[in-house]
Design a protein around this ligand. Sequence first.
Ligand SMILES: *[C@@H]1O[C@H](CO)[C@@H](O)[C@H](O)[C@H]1NC(C)=O
Ligand SMILES: *[C@@H]1O[C@H](CO)[C@@H](O)[C@H](O)[C@H]1NC(C)=O
Ligand SMILES: *[C@@H]1O[C@H](CO)[C@@H](O)[C@H](O)[C@H]1NC(C)=O
Ligand SMILES: *[C@@H]1O[C@H](CO)[C@@H](O)[C@H](O)[C@H]1NC(C)=O
Ligand SMILES: *[C@@H]1O[C@H](CO)[C@@H](O)[C@H](O)[C@H]1NC(C)=O
Ligand SMILES: *[C@@H]1O[C@H](CO)[C@@H](O)[C@H](O)[C@H]1NC(C)=O
Length: 444
Amino acid sequence: MKVLVSAWLCSFIFISAALNIDQFGAISGESAFHVAIKNGEAFNNAVISANTGSDRTVVISAGKTYWMLPAGTLYNLNNLVINIDGTIIAWGGEEGEWPTGPNGHVLDLISIQNTNNLTIQGTGLIEGQGYNWWWKVILTGKDNRPDLLNIGHSQNTLIQGITLKNSPQYHAFLFDMYELIVQDFTVHVDVTDTKDFLEWLPTFPLNTDGIDISGRNVYFRNLTIQNFDDAVAVKPSHTGQYIYTNCTENILIENSNIKYGVGMSIGSVPPNDNLACVQNITIRNINFETPLKAVYIKPNPGTHGQGIISNILYENLTINDALWWAIWIGPQQQDQPGGYSTGCSFLFPLPGYKCPTDPLVTVEFITLKDINIYKGVNSPGVLLCNETNPCTNFLFDNVNVYHRSFFPVPEGYYCSNVQGWAKNSNVYPRCFTKIGEDYPEFLR
Ligand SMILES: *[C@@H]1O[C@H](CO)[C@@H](O)[C@H](O)[C@H]1NC(C)=O
Ligand SMILES: *[C@@H]1O[C@H](CO)[C@@H](O)[C@H](O)[C@H]1NC(C)=O
Ligand SMILES: *[C@@H]1O[C@H](CO)[C@@H](O)[C@H](O)[C@H]1NC(C)=O
Ligand SMILES: *[C@@H]1O[C@H](CO)[C@@H](O)[C@H](O)[C@H]1NC(C)=O
Ligand SMILES: *[C@@H]1O[C@H](CO)[C@@H](O)[C@H](O)[C@H]1NC(C)=O
Ligand SMILES: *[C@@H]1O[C@H](CO)[C@@H](O)[C@H](O)[C@H]1NC(C)=O
């Protein structure tokens, strides 16, 4: 009887207790390369085991720290919960190599695809130790870096509570997501030596986006992001590209705090033969402190195909002390060391520095409502479209610029080839065709 009871207790405990990565050989508190490899395998094995067994929860315990290297993409997960309450540190030592895939690209730290009903949550931290990776790109021009969290082709996903820090590349790269919620989520990039930051501004630490997202029916709220590239970048998708998404659409991002950052961004959107598309995106109730950019809509030039950016609403934004442009709607500014350039110079509009526009991506129905821009060292913004395919149906309603601290720069917007309406605003974009008039009902 005693044996039976304890056997029953045992199986009861086994069923009710979540699967801890320690049960799969993970070792906490040790930073050696072989431990990091082992911890990555333990994490994957715990998830695979949870996905096949009756216990559907994987735990990384609070108070423990695991150095980790990736053990490859996890596929086809259903009805799983991953609780990250401890700390995962992306291994960043000198000996050994970061694992790579068959294409030579380094593997992302956590990589998951084709899931239904996955939750990743907890009070834990994933620390990327990106500093050395960022320098390597700047010094060598070679760019092969991992993301911390890469999830794609998934439906019914919930990500909440966790903090991602100092990713070598993107913090969370989420693509082809259908029905996704991300909430109470933190991204933090430290640049420990501020001199480096000033020297390399605006390319350092480059491409460390907070969240990149493509998909449909997506809700982000209560994000706290401090970084030096897009805080959130809403990426286009095109017909035939993905399982769930032909056009990135129906996304709401709200109630969030951004420090530094290069914008709550749409794009970049390069033209595509199968129509690159982003539509019906709302970004509201956001507080920006010292952003490099805040509103950033960025078509990308291209040689063939088309794109569309339509029905975008930015509402109730506070933009304090912008370090560069509070608003930028125009060709994406990119010029990576040793890399790709769109021709749109970081030094625009200084004499001799251009930002050529491109007609292949249509930009229409863009509303900015209740936006307050305080101080800032530059003109409030740039609105640049091409004369052969002007931007249309823009509305600026109650977009105000206050207490600008530095005046040698022009006060107005740099604006060309935009058809739009402005009202209740203390600075009107001069190129808007209908200023101060009532705008039509079909504009929100
Ligand atoms: C989602 O997964 C969790 C964890 O396994 C489970 O409790 C829940 O019932 C699942 N939801 C649906 C709708 O299947
Ligand atoms: C927002 O998220 C943070 C964690 O990132 C949490 O501490 C805070 O309680 C959340 N606020 C709300 C209103 O949910
Ligand atoms: C995407 O487009 C293809 C081809 O037009 C269509 O068959 C498919 O249903 C579409 N998928 C979604 C998710 O809209
Ligand atoms: C636009 O997106 C919102 C979510 O932000 C959604 O509630 C709404 O139904 C979408 N509109 C259309 C026409 O799909
Ligand atoms: C505007 O956004 C701020 C957060 O930046 C929020 O506190 C405030 O309640 C929002 N106002 C409205 C009317 O939603
Ligand atoms: C508009 O696009 C055309 C075609 O690409 C290009 O030749 C022209 O320079 C562009 N205009 C501006 C103002 O950049």
